[in-house]
Ligand binder design. Structure first.
Ligand code: FAD
Length: 567
């Protein structure tokens, strides 16, 4: 996958997609597989904004039973299964537990009924070939089991627990990269660091988008019959580039904050822990999950005002999340110094009012045909609310796009087609094999790490070591990431900066600050691959070191330094 801006400017595309988060990536894949000539442009790096901040859960929708939203549950079950099938290396079942209490909605009786309904509504969830990917039945468990799964939780206030399985993505950024690569392998032209700055119009019809190449400070146009605005929290700002602003699809934004804690609090299962901030207020839920031998915890929400680029996590936000943790899980005794990484993103809200002191998040996606709504031809906006359901929303958008372009409907098959690295019939056997002969030359722990991140493509990564065996050693003693991953990302995955390597193509920054030695080694490989001089290499290392994403740095950065800008 190469960054080829000339090709973008030279062709007349059926569709150009603005935004390379999970929605833009899913749309690019869907449109290309659906037979449309497709371009994808992203102002930062792919998956550098909201999609990188997720709690990594690929939801089965159990919680939607509370609102009796059966269709949303069904939709989530189907999409979870599609991810488990098409990216078996990157998406895995996740055991979860939640304590039960009283005899109302959080009581054992209600949970039993919920699990039963879930069992019926998700009866086709395991229509998968690989039993390793099966989602077992949920069940009620004893207080002692809750105590074992959530050590030192004061279980005397609970009646037991509800245990179920969901799924999670081992690497949300690599999953988006895989979608973009599948689109590109199928004919899409994609570019990161390519910002849409305006539109060309003929009468009421959009005819092209204006793009600024952020790396080379150049401008060009991409002519297209149709533009799909998948700019996530920037969706209104992209529409504002039209000059006359159509009705805004998003009425407001909320900041969502998750943190990685250096300590491993939970031995195996994720846990949803109920708590109250104050006596008398309704209960909230905090979710904790095992993450890279540490713990991922969230989510704290508050309203966000101003442009999406102004996202900034403050010390007060982190304190609020830690205080929630102290209420939900006092025995964990989490301190500020335990925060290793900060993951924050913006989500659309339903309305401007707060309920229980919190913004009310939108719970349904929107696909807006601006021809119908605003008399602007050739423009669709897409606003998603979950990483999990991006493929489905993309498939629905493709139907609209094909109808607008007067093309016959063609199914993309994206729910069955393996993503790059994902053609693995039996993940357990694949993992066992990974440590042995044909994958050769690296210790089993590294082969396993590569198997999770690259799936079958670990062979291609290891092949890079044939010519340069030094690439087969870890970048530093503290990480399993090897040099070949960096070289592969530069050659095959459009990594343009050191931050792309650290945060999105490898595991280096997925759970906190990488060792200086690892950064140095990665930057030297990037310098060799990309022709950087010493000044550029030093700048790249400094930029990553100064990122406000590591918990050990004071937050509240100047706007523009957050992940949103390709950080
Ligand atoms: C804290 C948090 C936790 C979450 N946890 C989960 C979870 O566990 N499971 C789940 O399913 N969902 C979760 N979500 C929701 C999920 O992350 C989002 O719904 C999803 O990532 C939105 O993706 P997107 O592609 O619309 O937006 P984004 O990922 O923000 O992508 C939009 C892209 O558009 C680009 N862009 C903007 N303007 C331009 C322009 N002018 N030109 C070119 N590109 C542009 C941006 O740079 C950005 O990369 C969570 C969200 C948050 C914030």
């Amino acid at each position: 996958m190469k960054r080829n801006l000339r090709q973008l400017a030279d062709r007349h595309y059926d569709v150009v997609i603005v935004g390379g988060g999970v929605y833009g990536a899913a749309l690019a894949r869907e449109a290309t597989l659906g037979g449309l000539s497709t371009a994808l442009v992203e102002k930062g790096d792919f998956c550098s904004a909201t999609s990188a901040s997720s709690l990594k859960i690929i939801h089965g929708g159990l919680r939607y039973l509370q609102q009796l939203d059966f269709s949303r549950l069904r939709n989530s079950v189907t999409e979870r299964r599609a991810f488990l099938r098409t990216a078996p290396h990157l998406v895995h079942p996740l055991p979860c537990v939640m304590p039960t209490q009283g005899h109302l909605m959080k009581g054992r009786e209600a949970m039993f009924c919920g699990l039963l309904m879930n069992e019926i509504l998700s009866c086709d969830r395991n229509q998968l070939k690989d039993p390793e990917k099966f989602i077992p039945r949920g069940r009620l468990v004893s207080r002692a089991t809750v105590g074992r799964l959530v050590p030192d939780l004061a279980t005397d206030r609970f009646t037991g627990g509800c245990a179920w399985h969901d799924a999670y993505t081992y690497n949300s950024e690599r999953l988006v990269t895989a979608m973009v690569r599948d689109a590109v392998d199928s004919g899409c032209t994609a570019a990161n660091y390519a910002r849409v700055t305006g539109f060309h119009q003929s009468g009421s019809r959009i005819t092209a988008v204006c793009v600024h190449d952020e790396l080379n400070n150049a401008d060009f146009d991409i002519p297209a019959k149709l533009v799909i605005n998948a700019a996530g929290p920037w969706v209104n700002e992209v529409l504002a580039l039209l000059g006359r602003r159509p009705a805004a699809p998003v009425c407001g934004l909320a900041l969502g904050l998750n943190v990685v804690l250096v300590r491993q609090l939970l031995p195996s299962s994720a846990a949803g822990l109920p708590f109250r901030r104050r006596a008398g207020e309704s209960q909230r839920l905090l979710f904790l999950m095992p993450w890279r031998g540490q713990t991922l915890a969230g989510t704290y929400y508050r309203p966000h005002t101003g442009p999406a680029d102004a996202l900034a996590v403050t010390e007060a936000d982190i304190e609020m999340l830690l205080s929630d943790l102290a209420h939900a899980y006092p025995a964990a005794a989490i301190k500020r110094g335990d925060v290793a990484a900060i993951l924050a993103g913006l989500l659309p809200v339903q309305h401007d009012r707060l309920v229980n002191d919190e913004p009310v998040l939108a719970n349904h996606f929107s696909i807006i045909d601006h021809a119908r709504r605003d008399a602007i031809e050739g423009l669709i906006s897409v606003v998603g609310v979950k990483y999990t359901t991006a493929r489905d929303v993309a498939a629905r958008t493709l139907s609209m796009a094909l109808a607008k372009l007067g093309r016959r409907h063609r199914s993309s098959g994206s729910d069955r087609r393996p993503l790059p690295g994902g053609a693995i019939p039996d993940f357990k056997a694949f993992l066992e094999q990974a440590g042995t002969a044909p994958f050769g030359n690296v210790p089993p722990a590294i082969a396993e790490h590569l198997a999770y991140n690259f799936g079958t493509e670990l062979r291609a990564v290891l092949d890079l070591g044939n010519s340069q065996p030094a690439l087969l050693t870890p970048l530093a003693a503290s990480t399993p990431v090897i040099g070949a991953e960096v070289a592969f990302a530069a050659r095959e995955e459009m990594a343009m900066t050191l931050a792309d390597i650290v945060f999105r193509r490898t595991d280096l920054g997925s759970a906190g600050r990488p060792a200086a030695a690892a950064l140095d080694a990665a930057s030297r490989i990037m310098a060799a691959e990309c022709g950087w001089d010493e000044t550029r290499r030093g700048d790249e290392v400094r930029k990553v070191g100064n990122m406000p994403l590591f918990g050990d740095r004071p937050p509240c950065p100047a706007p523009g330094l957050q992940r949103q800008n390709g950080g």
